[in-house]
Design a protein around this ligand. Structure first.
Ligand code: FES
Length: 216
């Protein structure tokens, strides 16, 4: 392992000097690439970067895409490495530096903001000690990232942890969630207020007399 400076920030972090797809990733890649016509495999660059990110999570506990892995994706797809770098650095979903075990992705776009995302952000900062965006807590457990609408506005505000959405958040629920994650006991994803999917918060207001399990 060699230490490199991340030229985009003043921070330094270790970039691995080598990367090889493991057998689970190889199996995933075969399924993904089979979806594309011959000669069009480069279109698989997005899912292959996710394959890398998941493998890094399995191997190191941190879901990110090192530069050597971008090179490996480029070789796999027969495309210039710079084109993979462009994709990996454009989309926020790819972490180009290590993140904590729990990646807290906080939506602060208008619907979530109107429903109290500022309080959720403040509660995350208070519970983790993280001051800025893209920072990781001293214990390495949490990284906070501000994200744009994640498409779940109906249950705003949303706090995404790794790949899971926690919905209908407020300050108290956020503090409870962070404490549970710290204990290694992530609660079931979804609404944290008990709302059924995206039904009205107070329960159904129409079709209330329908039997949800009609007799055969
Ligand atoms: S604005 Fe937050 S999920 Fe849409």
């Amino acid at each position: 392992m060699a230490e490199h400076s991340d030229s985009a920030t003043a921070e330094t972090f270790e970039q691995p000097t080598e990367f090889a797809f493991d057998s689970a990733s190889r199996a995933e890649m075969a399924t993904i690439l089979a979806k594309y016509p011959a000669g069009r495999q480069a279109s698989g660059v997005l899912p292959l970067l996710y394959v890398v990110q998941r493998q890094m999570k399995r191997a190191t506990g941190s879901a990110w895409v090192p530069r050597v892995a971008m090179d490996a994706v480029a070789r796999e797809l027969g495309m210039p490495p710079i084109r993979v770098y462009e994709v990996a650095t454009f989309y926020l979903m790819y972490n180009t530096k290590p993140v904590g075990k729990y990646h807290l992705q906080l939506c602060t776009t208008t619907p979530c903001w109107l429903r109290g995302s500022d309080e959720v952000v403040a509660a995350c900062r208070k519970a983790t000690g993280i001051k800025g965006w893209h920072e990781t807590s001293d214990d390495g457990l949490f990284t906070m990232t501000e994200v744009e609408c994640v498409g779940a506005c109906v249950n705003a505000p949303i706090l995404q942890v790794n790949d899971d959405f926690y919905e209908d958040m407020d300050a108290a629920l956020t503090a409870e969630l962070i404490a549970a994650l710290r204990r290694g006991e992530p609660p079931p994803r979804g609404s944290m207020t008990g709302r059924l999917n995206s039904a009205p918060a107070g329960g159904p207001t129409t079709l209330t007399t329908l039997d949800s399990h009609p007799a055969e």
